[in-house]
Design a protein around this ligand. Structure first.
Ligand SMILES: Nc1nc2c(c(=O)[nH]1)N[C@H]1C(S)=C(S)[C@@H](COP(=O)(O)OP(=O)(O)OC[C@H]3O[C@@H](n4cnc5c(=O)[nH]c(N)nc54)[C@H](O)[C@@H]3O)O[C@H]1N2
Ligand SMILES: Nc1nc2c(c(=O)[nH]1)N[C@H]1C(S)=C(S)[C@@H](COP(=O)(O)OP(=O)(O)OC[C@H]3O[C@@H](n4cnc5c(=O)[nH]c(N)nc54)[C@H](O)[C@@H]3O)O[C@H]1N2
Ligand SMILES: [Mo]
Length: 796
């Protein structure tokens, strides 16, 4: 690994969440990013990055928000997000950050520092942005953290009560795709199996390997059912039937399937009696003994808009043929998102097919590349994390609630969480103005803290909403190695070029801040970044060596660019097939050791929005709710085809997908005609929470009553100093609902959102999302607001 400057042409290799690429550099600039030759399903996201590299959106120097610097932090045009920035030297900006952070910490306590810093950042074991900021803040005295993920919060909290294990452990237990191809006859996929999402794997994708499995399934005659409001959530490589249900009604459909099984005596009573607890309670509810409402197919038909006979026939097939019930993650990013997961397990249990490999219950096949390929990967060393001295964490998606209500208490999984008084925020490797719901609310709540520090490479909205912004290197400008979850590859990430202008790595930023706060050598352990990378690789090599897995030495690995590791032997803890075959020998880690269709634990929490067994509850907004009279379209803000979240929205792949410069919104021909809209128009998408402009694509792949506007267009409010101003670029999160899934998981509910759409007839405002902020000069003393002089000089 060499860090010397070279202006001649060179080729390096790198790895991203969306695949491995060879990078060509000429004259110190990247000119091409090509998928590695053996990736037969490469993602276009990588090559598209080249177009973004020279963008004006690159942050080149440390900068501080003017109003903050001048002690007028929240007034009018000095509000966060609307303000000008003053570029400073590294020393000046670091002194201000260290001083201000230390001052707030000393005055309000360590829990006043929010370091949850959710986000994907870039792949790379050492330069992993979130690990860097967590290590830094833990050593600085501690921070308020966050619990669970935006991806899967409801699943993470409910499944351990139902089938045991940790939140994400189901992903290592889900039947493998090769088992499905070999042994399953019918896959009922709630949320479909959108291959677009399998471009991506968290931490890295060594190779994409989806199509061979789909072809094997097709050749074996496996039948797929795509239960989704969107037809192309299922690959055309397999033969699939489409059940275009109303969004957020999966539980009703599952209950009607279950009701049919019971009513026709097709349920596996032996399995339910010996492998489950609580079937009787759920049965009473399904059959109507509890509330007088039988959850049968006739009941579900008007809720889901799936005909009763279709539901009944599907239930029969599920009992007769070896079947798999699989649930995408999107379904639980919705109000009461715990319920479809719980009910899907119950439905799979009723079929009895859990005893068979490739059958029973699964999750996430259409969510990430690694799911269903391998069950586990070897243990790879990561940046060591000291204990966080602060024992406070908030459910990740409750950030707005926390900022708005310091001292308030909420329920979470059987305990009470009190929101701390958050005074400082440090974000590194995430984009809350991408990922959070109801952004107009966040814009207001975000004005409350005294200090917001952000490390970023690009002027994203989150960067523009910071007080202090540190410009950092991208993954192309540093050395590292990557390993994705459930992915057998260890991939070199070789520095292709120098970071531009004054950019430093996150690591270097935290080293310099730690120096100022008195723990520099504890943070760095006296290693350079490249020495850390080598150290983590060697640590991995030693650990695996002790388990009999030989890795090449570092030089060899670096030259080869990647190594494949064998899958760890043995079946995963809590394996559902092993349990189903012999529940005494392989019990689940639930209180009963069985599948809990009724959970005394959850019941004991006494939550009205998550009782002791799965129930159908109307979501806060859906096509059946009174609000649908005003906003008659259900918004699906799913993951984008052409990027990862908001990353490289300014890259070639994402830009090529835009319509009229904006994020495309797909609408059914009937809904478009009723509104006089055609493809290529600009539409205003709106509800009571906000409005955005998007480019129209009329497409019958979305069912009537549903519009799809993927996430990730950079937030672009027309008037950033005015609450709730028009968003110009098509960011769906100005529309989405910011509500916990329930008192159990408090997960995000993005998919529970009604909107309406109209043709935009006025002059279309230009998209300014990729413009840097305005810069101003500053004369006079540098002194952050409300912090004493000693702190301003960085004395802790
Ligand atoms: N409406 C709606 N909203 C959603 C979802 C949805 O389905 N619907 N899905 C949710 C889900 S599942 C997720 S996971 C979240 C994703 O939300 P995020 O993970 O916050 O989104 P990203 O765009 O990946 O943000 C990563 C940021 O890190 C920056 N970055 C990359 N590498 C580095 C680095 O090395 N250092 C630093 N300092 N920064 C770096 C990138 O430039 C980018 O701005 O969104 C959630 N939001
Ligand atoms: N290309 C790409 N791939 C990605 C990502 C990305 O940003 N880009 N993000 C990654 C991340 S962080 C995550 S967490 C995963 C997320 O993986 P998922 O959550 O599975 O992905 P989504 O695309 O949000 O949703 C998949 C489909 O679910 C359907 N759906 C939505 N609501 C409902 C509903 O109520 N009922 C039913 N039956 N179907 C519904 C939608 O039609 C949608 O297309 O994707 C990962 N993969
Ligand atoms: Mo996610």
């Amino acid at each position: 690994m060499s860090a010397e400057r070279s202006d001649g042409p060179k080729r390096t290799t790198t790895a991203t969440h969306w695949g491995r690429y060879d990078v060509e550099t000429k004259g110190g600039r990247i000119v091409a990013i090509d998928p590695v030759a053996d990736d037969l399903e490469p993602s276009p996201i990588g090559p598209g990055i080249v177009a973004a590299l020279g963008s004006r959106a690159r942050i080149l120097r440390p900068a501080v928000r003017r109003g903050w610097l001048e002690g007028r932090p929240r007034e009018g045009t000095h509000r966060r997000g609307a303000d000008e920035f003053v570029e400073l030297s590294w020393d000046e900006a670091l002194d201000l950050a260290a001083g201000s952070l230390a001052g707030l910490r000393d005055r309000y306590g360590n829990d006043s520092v929010f370091g949850g810093s959710y986000g994907w950042g870039s792949s790379g074991r050492f330069h992993h942005a979130q690990s860097q900021v967590h290590r830094f803040l833990a050593m600085a005295g501690g921070y308020t953290g966050s619990l669970n993920s935006y991806s899967c919060a409801a699943m993470e909290v409910i499944l351990p009560h139902v089938i045991g294990g940790t939140g994400f452990s189901i992903l290592g237990r889900t039947p493998r795709l090769d088992e499905i191809a070999a042994n399953c006859e019918l896959v009922v996929a709630f949320g479909g199996l959108p291959v677009k999402n399998r471009q991506v794997n968290d931490g890295g994708t060594g190779l994409h390997r989806t199509q061979p499995f789909l072809r094997r399934c097709r050749d074996a005659g496996v039948r797929f059912v795509n239960v989704s409001p969107i037809r192309d959530d299922m690959s055309t490589l397999v033969s699939a039937e489409w059940l275009p249900l109303r969004p957020n009604t999966d539980v009703a459909l599952m209950m009607a399937l279950a009701h049919t099984l019971i009513a026709e005596d097709r349920h596996d009573k032996e399995f339910l009696a010996t492998r489950c607890v609580g079937f009787g309670r759920l049965e009473d509810y399904l059959m109507g003994a509890v509330d007088g409402v039988a959850k049968d197919a006739e009941w579900a038909a008007p809720i889901t808009e799936i005909p009763a006979d279709v539901i009944q026939n599907l239930a029969r097939s599920m009992a007769e043929r070896r079947s798999l019930v699989t649930v995408g993650w999107s379904i639980q990013r919705a109000d009461h998102g715990e319920q479809p997961y719980w009910m899907a397990v119950a439905l799979a249990a009723m079929t009895g097919w859990m005893r068979e490999p490739g059958c029973g219950f699964g999750s996430g096949y259409g969510s990430m590349q690694g799911i269903g390929i391998e069950r586990a990967r070897q243990r790879i060393a990561a940046l060591p994390q000291p204990d966080n001295p602060v024992d406070v964490a908030i459910p990740v998606a409750r950030i707005c609630d926390a900022l708005e209500n310091p001292g308030a208490t909420i329920d979470y999984d059987g305990r009470r969480i009190t929101f701390p008084d958050l005074r400082a925020i440090y974000w590194c490797g995430g984009n809350p103005f991408h990922h959070h719901q109801d952004l107009n609310r966040l814009v207001e709540a975000w004005q409350r803290p005294d200090l917001v520090i952000v490390n970023e490479s690009w002027w994203t909205a989150t960067a523009k909403f910071a007080d202090i912004i540190f410009p950092v290197a991208t993954f192309l400008e540093r050395n590292d190695f990557a390993a994705g979850s459930n992915d057998p590859w260890l991939c070199a990430q070789q520095k292709a070029c120098e970071p531009p202008r004054e950019c430093l790595t996150d690591y270097e930023v935290f080293c310099r801040l730690a120096d100022r706060l008195g723990f520099g050598s504890r943070y760095s352990e006296e290693r350079s970044a490249d020495e850390w990378v080598r150290h983590l690789y060697e640590k991995t090599r030693q650990t695996l060596g002790a388990d009999g897995v030989e890795l090449p030495n570092f030089e060899d690995f670096w030259r080869r660019g990647r190594v494949k590791m064998p899958t760890p032997p043995g079946s995963p803890a809590g394996d559902l097939v092993a349990f189903a075959r012999d529940p005494m020998a392989a019990p689940l880690a639930t209180p009963s050791g069985r599948i809990e269709l009724f959970s005394a634990t959850v019941d004991g929490f006494r939550y009205d929005d998550c009782p002791g067994h799965p129930v159908w509850m109307e979501p806060a907004e859906w096509l059946g709710s009174p609000l649908a009279r005003r906003f008659s379209l259900h918004l699906i803000s799913n993951q984008p085809h052409m990027r990862l979240h908001s990353q490289y929205d300014h890259g070639g792949a994402s830009q090529a997908s835009k319509v009229a410069d904006r994020e495309p919104i797909r609408i059914h021909p009937l809904d478009a005609a009723a509104r006089g809209i055609t493809s290529g128009d600009i539409a205003r998408v709106f509800n009571d929470r906000g409005a955005c402009l998007a480019g129209v694509l009329v497409d019958d792949a979305v069912r009537p009553g549903v519009v799809q506007l993927s996430t990730g267009a950079w937030f672009d409010p027309a008037e950033p100093s005015t609450a709730g101003s028009l968003e110009r670029h098509g960011n769906p999160n100005v529309l989405t609902l910011d509500k916990g899934t329930s008192r159990l998981a408090q997960g995000p509910s993005a998919h529970t959102t009604l909107v309406d759409v109209e043709r935009w007839t006025g002059e279309a405002p230009c998209v300014a999302a990729f413009d840097p902020p305005h810069f101003a000069s500053h004369q006079g003393e540098l002194r952050p607001p409300g912090v004493g002089r000693a702190h301003a000089r960085g004395v802790s």
